[in-house]
Design a protein around this ligand. Structure first.
Ligand code: UT7
Length: 338
């Protein structure tokens, strides 16, 4: 049966750093509060009006270069984002035009913080069917232009950063399951009964009272900014990421410490510490980036993957565990022989 593997990784974060001290000047917050509660020290926010597809283009070009392929070999784009360039068409179409790859399919998916692993699962499935051979999978976000950077918005605004990560997922042969690079498995879940615990209400057809998707009163109420029930998200994130990681490992007949490196979603350092404790894995097996980039939603895992490669922490042949949790609620895991 055809299998898939990651043959190249790329990432991009905008150059301008906003430290917690910079945020102290905008909203009633403190470096101490943010570090203690989240582990975040700084994040990148775009400054020159770059769009999500602009960031994605940088990440995609690096992934293509690192994969050692020509961009013309890419036969599909899967783009995960919750901060699209425009309402429609999908940001994958804008990226496809910027890459000058007319004709190939461009699928946008959402799935919030779970977007990259959902995308990996979709890419793996398409390749297993033989329909596509080299898929560009992107997670990219520009959150900064959608944050309420006033004291009223401090509970959310300090948590999110901008960035993009990309991988090339390629068809491959697997002769030795224990050695040859391939995507071993992915597990995807959602529970929409929690949808409003972390969401943006407007604009949308679900908010429609007067046959409009957004009006001045909705803007005045701040319905276009994210709302989050932080504690509920936190407890469910720890529980579900632990559960879905164990499911992935059990089905592969592996123990948590058999994995060489975990690339967990980065929403809160305390979530990942609690997860490492529950799984009884050494904290060094978890590669964290939250202190530098905050939460970059769908971009988080591929950005972490590229940073781990550059730091020499992720090497060919390693067994990598990925897991994420986010709005929806959605949660997911995967095992990759890198
Ligand atoms: O990517 C997927 C999703 N996101 C997550 O997984 C995030 C999950 N949740 C969390 O990470 C945490 O719940 C937060 C970091 C968001 C909040 O931490 P917490 O320990 O649950 O704090 P809290 O919401 O209980 O707030 C405690 C206090 C409140 O003040 P009072 O009522 O105790 O006086 C807040 O008003 O902290 C206050 N607060 C802030 N203070 C300074 C809230 N935001 C801030 C802030 N700076 N930015």
């Amino acid at each position: 049966m055809k299998r898939s593997k990651i043959i190249g990784v790329g990432s991009y974060v905008p150059p301008t750093i906003f430290t917690n001290h910079d945020l102290e000047k905008m909203m009633n917050t403190s470096d101490e509060w943010i570090v203690q509660r989240t582990g975040i020290k700084e994040r990148r926010w775009v400054q020159d009006g770059e769009s999500t597809s602009d960031l994605a283009l940088h990440a995609a070009n690096e992934a293509i270069k690192n994969a050692g392929i020509s961009k013309e070999e890419i036969d599909m784009i899967i783009f995960a984002t919750i901060s699209p360039d425009h309402e429609f068409p999908g940001t994958g179409c804008f990226l496809q035009a910027k890459l000058n790859l007319p004709g190939i399919p461009a699928i946008d998916i959402r799935q919030q913080c779970s977007g990259f692993v959902y995308g990996l699962s979709i890419a793996d499935s398409f390749i297993r069917t033989g329909q596509y051979k080299k898929i560009l999978l992107i997670g990219a976000e520009v959150h900064s232009s959608g944050l309420n950077k006033t004291p009223e918005g401090r509970d959310i605004s300090v948590l999110f950063g901008d960035g993009a990560g990309a991988v090339i997922v390629s068809e491959c042969e697997v002769n030795d399951e224990n050695k040859d690079p391939h995507i071993i498995s992915t597990y995807l879940h959602a529970d929409g009964s929690f949808a409003k615990e972390l969401w943006i209400c407007a604009p949308g057809t679900g908010v429609n009272k007067n046959n409009v998707r957004i009006d001045h009163s909705m803007l005045d109420q701040g319905l276009h900014f994210a709302y989050m029930n932080g504690k509920k998200v936190f407890t469910n994130a720890v529980k579900r990421m632990c559960e879905v990681t164990l499911k992935c490992l059990n089905n592969a007949k592996l123990k948590p410490n058999d994995v060489d490196l975990y690339l967990f979603h980065q929403a809160n350092l305390r979530i990942n510490e609690a997860l490492a404790e529950r799984l009884e894995i050494h904290p060094d097996k978890v590669f964290n980036t939250i202190h530098k980039y905050a939460n970059t939603t769908a971009a988080t895992i591929p950005i972490g993957m590229n940073d781990a490669v550059k730091a020499g922490k992720l090497k060919p042949g390693m067994l990598v565990g990925v897991a994420a949790f986010g709005s929806g609620f959605t949660w997911c895991s995967g095992l990759i022989r890198y």
